[in-house]
Write a protein that binds this ligand. Structure first.
Ligand code: UDP
Ligand code: MG
Length: 487
């Protein structure tokens, strides 16, 4: 066993809306304890972003771990998986919707330190609907009489278990699990205290009336064979009643010579008996079904991934690597490289302009040669800056924007030159050089904007390959997923 003091097991099913707030609250409470802890999330086949969020928590904090199922196996299976993951000396099981307040954990630990193996916070029923509350009370009243274990009204799965209690729970091999009953069945010193019921912070409850009814039937059948006994008692009493009725009929005929009653009595008896027989068969069927289920020895859940075999968020952007667009240091290196290329392209352009001007100057007026030379240099500069500086394909939109950089260059360098010569009295050649140097970074930024505006810089081949990978996080139902190793 590790030296961990506390594990917190949290089953989650479609909790993306509120899991962030829950995680932050829980970590804040656990940090304040001054104990070593781990959080064991179990994603029960969520179809929203829950699994990805759990993955990101685990990547950021080694104290957070998770297991994700291949589909929804139910909260019971999720709790079992969480208990199997847990390594702490004490284990708290709680819901992910903040209906089980993390603020109660210090009190639970305190009671555990006083020697209790199970600490159960019991919610009151404030804020709950009248019908649901009445049904719950009635259910617990029936269950208390029927089942062999003690089930407390208001006590759910929210509880602290000592390590030996957890080991006892895990030692039970049954796959049809009803944890409330199991927790009660294992025994040990147990204490409970009341807390105020609260609404879930986000999302919806996954327990519709049908699911609740099935859960209730599970609770009734999982921990005893009383329903079968009930069938025997009912049969016995019906038989005695029928015997008494038959004797009464015979006596009436013998004493008064009355006619035997008609078909109505017969029909009532047949219908009543059929009903009882069907219910009894149903009860037997439930037990046989459970035996069949257990006999198959299927695992209670199938794991899709854990924090250990899926260390990075599968469809989140990959962590930036040096030289790639998302990396700040890489972005600086890239800009420096582009600027150097831009200056070089500027030198080449000047040579192109001078060459064209020199050739045309002999045949056409020098001003026309200048304009033509300038136009050729701009086109050449645009193509070179697109392909070499920005490493992207030129577009017509970019070409239309591009002369803006040259226009700004001419206007700004002219203004600077004029200011330096007239205002500061600088040497004309030095002033021209200084103006050119000062304006070049602005021209570079403008030229890059003109070429790149509206598109992302081309990613490195490695990043492109990673982005081309299929998104592992998409829910896939009905076909097997390749294991992470196969991918
Ligand atoms: N849950 C689960 N699997 C399911 C249904 C629910 O893991 O199939 C989780 C759910 O994410 C939550 C806890 O079990 O953390 C309790 O569920 P819910 O809040 O819907 O139940 P309620 O509080 O309404 O009884
Ligand atoms: Mg809830």
């Amino acid at each position: 066993m590790t030296g961990l003091q506390l594990s917190v097991v949290v089953p989650c099913f479609n909790e993306a809306e509120g899991i962030g707030a829950f995680h932050a609250t829980l970590v804040a409470v656990l940090d304040g304890l001054g104990e070593t802890f781990e959080i064991c999330y179990v994603d029960d086949g969520s179809t929203d972003r829950t699994r990805l969020l759990l993955n990101s928590f685990a990547v950021r904090d080694v104290r957070t771990r998770y297991t994700a199922f291949s589909r929804n196996f139910g909260k019971e299976a999720a709790m079992l998986a969480g208990l199997r993951m847990s390594r702490g000396r004490a284990v708290v099981i709680m819901d992910a919707d903040l209906q089980h307040p993390p603020e109660l954990i210090p009190r639970m630990l305190e009671l555990h330190r006083h020697g209790y193996d199970q600490v159960i916070p019991r919610r009151d029923r404030s804020g709950e609907g009248v019908v649901r509350s009445a049904l719950s009370h009635a259910y617990y009243a029936v269950v208390r009489r029927c089942v062999d274990v003690q089930l407390l009204d208001g006590s759910g799965d929210f509880r602290l278990l000592s390590r030996r209690a957890v080991e006892s729970v895990l030692s039970l091999p049954e796959s049809n699990r009803f944890s409330k009953g199991i927790f009660s069945w294992i025994g040990f010193d147990t204490v409970s205290f009341r807390y105020r019921n609260s609404e879930r912070v986000a999302g919806r409850s996954k327990w519709g009336s049908r699911r609740l009814l099935n859960y209730g039937i599970d609770g009734l059948l999982s921990f005893n064979n009383r329903p079968l006994r009930l069938a025997i008692y009912t049969g016995f009493w019906v038989f005695l009643s029928a015997l008494a009725y038959a004797m009464w009929t015979v006596a009436t005929v013998v004493l008064h010579g009355a006619d035997t009653p008609g078909y109505a009595t017969l029909l009532t008896a047949v219908v009543a008996l059929s009903g009882i027989q069907l219910v009894t068969l149903g009860v037997i069927g439930e037990y046989v079904g459970r035996i069949y289920h257990e006999a198959k020895h299927r695992p209670p859940y199938v794991v899709r991934e854990t924090d250990e075999n899926c260390p990075a968020p599968p469809d989140a952007p990959p962590p930036p690597t040096p030289g790639e667009p998302d990396d700040p240091a890489g972005a600086r290196i890239r800009t420096a490289r582009q600027f150097a290329a831009f200056v070089l392209v500027g030198c080449v352009n000047t040579a192109v302009y001078l060459g064209v001007y020199a050739v045309l100057n002999r045949r056409i007026p020098y001003l026309s040669a200048h304009v033509l030379g300038y136009a050729v240099a701009i086109v050449c500069s645009f193509l070179l800056n697109s392909y070499v500086t920005c490493r992207t394909r030129p577009t017509w939109h970019a070409f239309v924007r591009y002369p803006l950089s040259s226009a700004v260059n001419i206007v700004a360098s002219g203004a600077l030159l004029y200011g330096a010569v007239s205002g500061l009295g600088m040497d004309k050649n030095v002033a021209a050089l200084a103006a050119g140097v000062l304006v070049t970074p602005v021209s570079f930024l403008l030229a890059r904007w003109a070429i790149m505006s509206g598109r992302r810089p081309a990613p490195s081949p490695g990043a492109a390959a990673r982005r081309a990978e299929p998104p592992v996080g998409e829910p896939v139902h009905g076909r097997p997923l390749p294991s992470p190793e196969e991918r």
